[in-house]
Design a protein around this ligand. Structure first.
Ligand SMILES: [Zn+2]
Length: 144
C-alpha cells in the first residue's frame, strides 16, 4: 500500500538582485537547480518562481543596463564611485527593479511520510536562506 504526503508552500524572498524580471528569474532558477529536492517516488514537488509587482529599487544611472553601456566608465564624485555613460543630453539612463520574488512549492508525494517531507522542506528552506533573505513564508504539509 502506498501512502501520500501533500505539500503547499510559499516564500516571500528578497534576492537583492537588480535585473530585469526575466534575468532575475533565470538567476534564481540557476541557483535552485542545486537545491535539495522535496521528493516523492513518482515525482518530486514542483517549484515556481514569480517576481513581485511594483519595484523596490530605483536609480538615475543604470548604465550597466542602458543603451550606451559600451561607453560606460567610472566617475568619482565626493569619494564615491559611479558608473556613467556617454549618452547624449536628454537620454534617460534611469531604471527601476523589483528584487523581491515569490517561490511556491506544490507536491503530491508518493511513498513519503509527513516527517520525511518536513525534513526535506527544512533543507530546502536552509538552502534559500543561504543566498537570499526570506521575508516570510507559509507551509502546509498533510499526510494521509
Ligand atoms: Zn547610461
Amino acid at each position: 500500500m502506498s501512502c501520500w504526503t501533500h505539500i503547499t508552500a510559499c516564500f516571500s524572498v528578497d534576492t537583492f538582485i537588480q535585473d530585469p524580471p526575466e534575468k532575475l528569474i533565470k538567476q534564481v532558477e540557476d541557483y535552485l537547480k542545486d537545491a535539495p529536492k522535496i521528493t516523492g517516488s513518482e515525482s518530486d514537488a514542483d517549484i515556481f518562481i514569480n517576481v513581485q509587482s511594483g519595484h523596490n529599487y530605483w536609480t538615475n544611472y543604470d548604465c550597466e543596463h542602458c543603451k550606451y553601456q559600451s561607453t560606460q566608465r567610472e566617475v568619482i564624485v565626493d569619494d564615491k564611485d559611479y558608473l556613467e555613460c556617454d549618452a547624449p543630453d536628454g537620454h534617460d539612463c534611469s531604471a527601476e527593479y523589483q528584487s523581491c520574488i515569490v517561490i511556491s512549492i506544490q507536491g503530491d508525494l508518493r511513498d513519503r511520510s509527513k516527517a520525511q517531507t518536513k525534513e526535506e522542506f527544512k533543507q530546502f528552506y536552509k538552502y534559500i536562506k543561504k543566498e537570499y533573505m526570506i521575508r516570510d513564508y507559509a507551509v502546509n504539509i498533510e499526510g494521509e
